[in-house]
Every structure is written in structure tokens, then in C-alpha cells.
Design a protein around this ligand. Structure first.
Ligand code: ATR
Length: 274
């Protein structure tokens, strides 16, 4: 029976076993999905011999996503552009392949929550310049958004991303981000602000147009203050859990041979673990 795992350090917090375990049971597949706590110094050796550990593939979480890309024999365009991989599998020759499904997860969740978002989004604003922001930028550029205002507390990190991702990305000072909101059809929070235990994200969603969509990649709590404020204002508000659920789909299909569905029941099952 095929086995896959999530590799992290620490790995305890990962919700991937809840997602893949649910699908394995739901579809009656004879397979397993485990957690592997692997320290950074052991990561390359671990994934260079995945099959010796009994695995056909793996998800990779913090802090290994960049190392996962380096360890792979080849990677898809998304992983190369984002500079990190979250999904690994062995091909027919036993070579390690890498993909990044975070942008796919973010975009699929966005289309699911706001099917017509693209019609009212000429300009998007992305808050944050970490690993998650890289996946969001890649997804939005692939979707054809021609202007993306990127803003981050540490401006140098935003400037690095703007150089890497090119013309659609413009850096905006963190202090003046609100002045540009009236032009934005989409606002994405990729910072950790608003997460349980972190300071709140302070931004006036009232300045957005009525057609705007607000998404948060934070999912603990499920409804952040940002999303609550957006809903009060009557805007479409999309939480971060959907991205997590959707990013899991391509890996499951590779390892277990069946494309699983993201359903309300899966969502409820994972919400119960938060
Ligand atoms: P991820 O991989 O999830 O993107 P990360 O790389 O640690 O995580 O990025 C965290 C993001 O949250 C960064 O954009 C960070 O801003 P800095 O680059 O200035 O550190 C942002 N962030 C975290 N705490 C913040 C705070 N108190 N105020 C503003 N931004 C914050």
C-alpha cells in the first residue's frame, strides 16, 4: 500500500495528516499518510532516500520548503518561480520530483469563493513578502493581474520580490498602503498579523471598492478581524483554510492515484482539529 508523509520541524502542528487521512478513508484507499519530524541537517538525506523510508512521496512544510526544491532532480515551473517546493514524489525511474501547489491552492480557493473576482480586479494589493507572498504573487501573475501593489513592513524584502517577479509588481510603502486601497479589486493578507497570538492587522477595508474581494491566508482563527471587517462592509471575504485544503489535492492524486475533492465535509473535519 502506498505511503506518504508530511516532513517538518516541528511537524506536530501540521493539518496535512487530517486532510489526507480523511480522503484515504473517504475513498477507501489502502494507503497511509504519516508525520515525519526531520531536523534541517537531516532533510537532504531523508528525501534523497524516500523509498527506503517507505514513502512514494511527501509534503514538505517549514522550514524545509527551499531545501525540498534543491533536493529534487527536477521541479515544475511554479516551484522554480516561487523558489520553494511543498510536494515531492518519485517518478518511474525513482528520481525525486518537486512541485509547489501553494499558488494552485490559493487561486483555486479564490475562484471557489469569488468566481468572478477577475472581472473587477485590475489592481491587487498583497500584504507581506515572505514565502506565502511568493506563491500568491506567482498565482496572481499567472492569472493575468497586470498590477500588483506589494507592501511589507520590511520594504527591502518587498523590493527583492518586485525585482524577481518583474513588471506587474510595484512596491508600496507599508505606511501608505491604505491610500491605494480605493483602486484595488483584491486584498490579500499573507502576513502573520491577525493570527492567534500575533498583533491584529490594522487596515481600513472601508477604503476598498464595494466589488472588492478580501482574502486572508491566516486560518487560526478562521475568521480574522480583517475578514470580519470585510464582511461587515459587505465585501466577499475568503478565509485561509480553503487554500490549505486545495493545495493538498495534487499531491494526493500523485501518490494515491485519485484526484480528491474539497468538500464542506472535509472542511468541517479539518475545522474540528483547529
Ligand atoms: P510565510 O512563509 O508564512 O510568508 P514569513 O516568511 O515568516 O512567513 O513572513 C511573515 C510575513 O509577516 C512577513 O511579510 C513579515 O514582515 P517582515 O518581512 O517585515 O518581517 C510579516 N509580519 C510578521 N509580523 C509582523 C508585524 N508585527 N507587523 C508587520 N508585518 C509582520
Amino acid at each position: 500500500a502506498p505511503r506518504a508523509c508530511v516532513i517538518g520541524w516541528p511537524v506536530e502542528h501540521s493539518r496535512s495528516p487530517a486532510i489526507h487521512g480523511y480522503w484515504l478513508r473517504q475513498y477507501g484507499i489502502d494507503g497511509a499518510y504519516e508525520k515525519e519530524a526531520v531536523p534541517p541537517e537531516d532533510f537532504a538525506a531523508f528525501v534523497s532516500d524516500l523509498s527506503a523510508h517507505g514513502y512514494v512521496g511527501a509534503n514538505v512544510t517549514l522550514p524545509h520548503k527551499e531545501a525540498a526544491l534543491r533536493a529534487a532532480a527536477s521541479a515544475d515551473a511554479a516551484a522554480e518561480a516561487i523558489g520553494a517546493a511543498n510536494t515531492l514524489w518519485l517518478d518511474a525511474n525513482g528520481a525525486l520530483q518537486a512541485s509547489n501547489t501553494d499558488a494552485y491552492g490559493f487561486m483555486t480557493n479564490l475562484y471557489a469563493g469569488a468566481p468572478r473576482w477577475r472581472e473587477t480586479c485590475d489592481v491587487a494589493m498583497v500584504l507581506g513578502a515572505g514565502g506565502a507572498a511568493r506563491a500568491v504573487l506567482y498565482g496572481l501573475i499567472e492569472a493575468g493581474v497586470s498590477r500588483i501593489l506589494l507592501t511589507n513592513r520590511t520594504v527591502a524584502k518587498a523590493e527583492t520580490l518586485a525585482r524577481e517577479f518583474g513588471a506587474p509588481v510595484e512596491v508600496l510603502p507599508w505606511e501608505s498602503k491604505e491610500s491605494a486601497l480605493s483602486a484595488c479589486g483584491l486584498l490579500v493578507n499573507t502576513t502573520s498579523l491577525g493570527m492567534t497570538g500575533q498583533p491584529p492587522l490594522d487596515i481600513m477595508v472601508e477604503a476598498l471598492p464595494q466589488s472588492a474581494v478580501v482574502t486572508d491566508i491566516v486560518y487560526v482563527p478562521l475568521e480574522t478581524a480583517l475578514l470580519a471587517a470585510a464582511r461587515r462592509r459587505g465585501l466577499a471575504a475568503i478565509d485561509g483554510l480553503g487554500m490549505l485544503l486545495h493545495q493538498a489535492v495534487p499531491g494526493f492524486e500523485r501518490w494515491f492515484g485519485l484526484r480528491p475533492e474539497v468538500t464542506p465535509d472535509l472542511r468541517a473535519h479539518v475545522v474540528a482539529t483547529l
